[in-house]
Design a binder for this molecule. Structure first.
Ligand code: SAM
Length: 331
């Protein structure tokens, strides 16, 4: 197991397989004028597979596939099968918006994907269309049904946004009454692809919990699993649970075990950093001996892990203003 310079184990990789998306959530991307990466700048599946193998040998045992929307990249399921074969990888999961996911759920379950995060900010079709700029709520709900029917542990991720979907806090919480889902409410972060001002955070993790507790006074705190980003709760008698993620307040950095690889092969050791290593350049190096060896990749990873910021505030201070979309980072 590898530990960083703050004695945190590095065991979890979030891998963005594309920066493209079939939704246009306003808090993530502008409606138009998105400059997607040209294809040759995106890592190939072979490159990704190699990097995951190198990281698995360093002790990374969990990989979450994300994007952009993973299912807009063709060949995704074939890639998932190859990842499932990697020695040392014991936990393969995915974050998806659910628009194209339903037909693949049985195959995901068969290859051992135990947990899927489904992004769903509202249960109201009009609000869904307004937030995502696409009319795809029925397809997402179909995916939710398919995931539950397949017995895949399903986490619903909802970003809580003033003036947009705060009326959905309680209906989404209500889902936990009869469904074995984890509904997780996320503080909005500044990664909207426009470099505009940081949101004034009206809905902090505390306010979200207070609002739920007003409607469900019996709300109980649950013990949080190690490395959990969410503070977890349950309403007695409900099948599912509730999580609140202080993504902007950054209360969980002290136990952060995760790293991220963007679709273009940039390593991030903190969600808020500016990218700390260009792995694609190493992989595709053409001066000197072409292409880094596994040993060189390992050394580069270890060097990066030895210089992780203590938390998201330190990472943010070390960079210029945030301009990227979450779709390029992977969430
Ligand atoms: N397309 C997939 C999906 O929608 O789940 C995976 C990528 S998406 C960027 C991952 C997660 O990031 C989604 O749950 C999305 O809601 C979240 N996200 C995007 N922009 C965000 C922001 N500005 N603040 C908080 N969460 C954000």
């Amino acid at each position: 197991m590898i530990y960083d310079n703050h004695n945190r184990p590095i065991t979890y990789l979030r891998l963005a397989v594309t920066d493209r998306c079939n939704l246009r959530c306003f808090y993530c991307m502008p409606e138009e004028g998105i400059k997607y990466l040209p294809k040759h700048q995106v890592l190939t599946f072979e490159e990704m597979e190699r990097l995951v193998s190198v990281l698995a040998r360093l002790g990374v045992h969990k990989v979450r596939i994300t994007g952009g929307e993973p299912f807009v990249r063709s060949g995704l399921m074939n890639f998932m099968h190859r990842l499932a074969e990697i020695d040392g990888l014991t936990d393969l999961s995915m974050t998806t918006n659910g628009v194209l996911t339903a037909p693949h759920v049985a195959e995901l379950a068969a290859l051992g994907v135990r947990s899927v995060n489904l992004s769903l900010d509202t249960l109201d079709r009009d609000r869904f269309r307004k937030i995502t700029r696409r009319d795809e709520l029925p397809a997402v709900l179909k995916t939710l049904d398919a995931l539950l029917a397949a017995g895949i542990q399903t986490k619903i991720n909802a970003v809580v946004m003033e003036g947009q979907n705060t009326q959905d806090l309680i209906p989404l919480t209500e889902l936990t009454r009869t469904l074995p889902v984890d509904v997780r409410f996320i503080e909005e972060m500044p990664f909207n692809g426009e470099g505009s001002h940081y949101p004034v955070l009206h809905w902090t993790h505390r306010r979200i919990v207070d609002e739920i507790r007003t409607h469900f006074p019996s709300l109980q705190k649950l013990p949080d699993p190690p490395f959990s980003t969410s503070a977890n709760y349950q309403i007695p008698g409900h099948q599912g649970t509730i999580g609140v993620i202080a993504a902007f307040s950054r209360t969980f950095c002290g136990t952060c075990n995760r790293i991220r690889l963007t679709a273009q092969g940039t390593l991030k050791t903190c969600l808020y950093d500016n990218g700390v290593l260009d792995i694609r350049a190493l992989l595709r190096r053409s001066n000197g001996p072409s292409g880094a060896s596994d040993e060189e990749l390992t050394a580069a990873f270890l060097q990066a892990f030895a210089h992780r910021p203590a938390n998201g505030f330190e990472a943010e201070q070390q960079r210029s203003v945030v301009t990227e979309s979450m779709a390029t980072i992977g969430g």
